[in-house]
Design a protein around this ligand. Structure first.
Ligand SMILES: Cc1cc2nc3c(=O)[nH]c(=O)nc-3n(C[C@H](O)[C@H](O)[C@H](O)COP(=O)(O)OP(=O)(O)OC[C@H]3O[C@@H](n4cnc5c(N)ncnc54)[C@H](O)[C@@H]3O)c2cc1C
Length: 521
């Protein structure tokens, strides 16, 4: 497939760019000349994801099908594996059955945003719930409900308290909004659980800076902290998470929080596909933001353009030269201008520079309260919350979605939030786990539910009356450590911070069967 323009990425920047190009060419000509390539066939309205996690909006309320939103362009759903600049083409995986499609282009738009990399904090990739797309929000919602269900079952106070402790890492607007929504949801849902009436769920917001909401400024950040604290969120400022395990969040000051649920709103990292292209072109991609000129063209390359979170776009803010911040309001405006610029260039015209008068920022803090900075004025409380809802409703693309959201929000004012569990429990047969020194992997005499491969670190196996044994990196812990009733013969404890791969579920059954067969043979 060959196109005049390929737009890589169907987020705010890419979708609005495609919409502008579709409008400029339209119908069959647009579909022949312009392709929008995106991992998913929907535009996600990310500022409302926290409401999906908190069950106040349905997932379909916050997405818009790209094929309907960007009429007049060819939408190709697939994951870009590589962009090869020399051949002006990219390689796309459509899914499990269709890999390695080649899509050629004359002009390329980079609108791939950033990716989430939780690897910087040990254990975060294994236990931290990211909040980037609808699937993340739905999984988090399911996790919250599962924790309530489990807490309702257990009788041990410490286990119940741990199940009912929810830690959010990062005090930017995603973290603040998520913490507020989680608290609203858990508080409302909690009263339907007969065994939990006397227990108080905890939401802890951990932030490394000295005030929340650095994007909005210290005054509104302090106000948001005051409201959240009054409502019961424990806000820890100047606190850094140093490791996460299945049962606790360790902080850099040596303290820890016993919790089974950790949401990570940190860890934004450069998109690897973009960084690879930068290497091919000898461009300094900075921290994942490709530098452009004011017309959104990548400096020095006529046919390469970039917009949104993955672009470093010069911006004049009230006379002061700045770089556009990575927010939705910039991404969608840059996308629209970029679509118009490319259409102009293809028709022999001149591209225009990016100009935008910054409107401000808004963040909800739950229970009908928000903070807003609009044209330099500060609003807080109910008025800011009402502004948040009105502005986002106006920005939400599509009349049908606007109506749905209005209905959902009206219901949310009157009825309790939905606690139906929609997702089945995860059945990941292979998963990674992290243990801190001293944590048990398994206890002697308990049934075996998994086998393990030690990726990094080491463990000690102790059985009464026998010398301890060390299990080093690269070792496997399997049926050799079990008695004839499939119970562990020893207790396995991490001798240092240790990462393991766990084989469980159906895979464990297959392994056990194969091992039985090989023993018989
Ligand atoms: C939870 C959350 C809340 C937010 N709240 C606000 C807010 O209140 N206000 C605000 O202004 N901003 C907010 N933001 C930030 C805002 O959403 C981003 O600035 C904006 O989405 C950036 O748009 P983009 O198009 O550059 O990138 P994205 O929206 O990230 O889009 C990138 C697209 O590229 C696709 N992609 C990536 N890699 C590949 C690949 N290899 N192959 C194919 N497709 C790929 C992705 O699937 C995605 O569709 C929030 C972000 C999050 C995560």
């Amino acid at each position: 497939m060959e196109f005049d323009v390929v737009i890589a990425g169907g987020g705010f920047a890419g979708a609005y760019c495609a919409r502008a190009l579709g409008g400029a060419f339209g119908g069959a000509e647009g579909e022949r000349r312009v392709a929008l390539v995106s991992e998913r066939n929907v535009l996600v309205f990310q500022p409302m994801l926290a409401e999906v996690a908190g069950s106040s909006l349905a997932p379909v309320d916050v997405v818009n099908p790209l094929r309907q939103f960007c009429r007049g362009v060819n939408v190709l759903q697939g994951t870009i594996q590589k962009i090869d600049w020399a051949s002006r083409s990219l390689t796309l995986d459509g899914g499990r059955f269709t890999r390695d499609h080649r899509v050629g282009f004359r002009h390329l738009v980079l609108a791939l945003g950033s990716v989430t990399d939780l690897g910087a904090v040990p254990g975060m990739a294994e236990y931290g719930w990211p909040m980037k797309n609808v699937a993340d929000a739905l999984r988090l919602r399911a996790a919250l409900i599962n924790r309530l269900e489990e807490a309702n079952l257990v009788e041990d106070d410490a286990t119940r308290a741990r199940l009912l402790t929810f830690v959010v890492v990062g005090g930017g607007y995603t973290g603040v909004e998520t913490a507020g929504q989680m608290l609203d949801f858990i508080r409302q849902a909690h009263r339907f659980y007969a065994n939990l009436r006397d227990s108080v769920p905890r939401v802890v917001l951990v932030h490394s800076r000295d005030e929340l909401l650095g994007e909005i400024g210290p005054e509104l950040g302090a106000y948001a902290r005051g409201v959240l604290t009054k409502r019961g969120v424990e806000v820890l400022l100047k606190a850094r998470v140093s490791a996460v395990t299945a049962r606790k969040v360790l902080l850099a000051d040596g303290t820890s929080i016993e919790a089974n649920t950790v949401v990570s709103t940190i860890g934004s990292a450069p998109n690897p596909v973009v960084m690879d292209l930068c290497r091919q072109l000898g461009i300094d991609g900075g921290k994942g933001r490709v530098p452009t000129d004011p017309t959104l063209r990548v400096a020095g390359i006529e046919t390469l353009w970039a917009a949104g979170d993955g672009a470093s776009v010069p911006w004049i803010d009230r006379g002061e030269a700045k770089t556009s911040p990575p927010t939705a309001q910039f991404a969608l405006r840059q996308g629209t201008l970029l679509g118009r610029n490319i259409a102009a260039v293809l028709k022999g015209g001149e591209p225009q520079p990016f100009r935008y008068r910054y409107m401000g920022q808004l963040a909800t803090i739950g229970e009908r309260a928000a903070v807003a900075e609009v044209f330099g004025l500060h609003f807080k409380g109910f008025l800011a919350w009402w502004m948040w809802r009105t502005i986002y409703l106006a920005k939400l693309p599509g009349t049908m979605r606007k109506l749905r959201v209005m209905i959902d929000w009206t219901f949310d004012l009157v009825f309790p939030r939905d606690i139906s569990q929609l997702l089945p429990p995860p059945e990941d047969v292979v998963r990674a786990i992290h243990l801190e020194k001293g944590e048990n992997l398994f206890v002697q005499g308990t049934p075996c539910r998994s086998f393990f491969f030690v990726r990094t670190g080491s463990l000690t196996l102790s059985s009464p009356g026998l010398p301890d044994r060390a299990v080093a990196t690269g070792s496997v812990i399997d049926q050799m450590e079990l008695d004839s009733s499939n119970l562990w013969e020893s207790t396995g404890t991490a001798a240092e911070p240790t990462d393991l791969v766990v084989f469980r579920g159906r895979l464990l059954e297959y392994l056990r069967r194969d091992l039985r067969l090989s023993k018989r043979a």
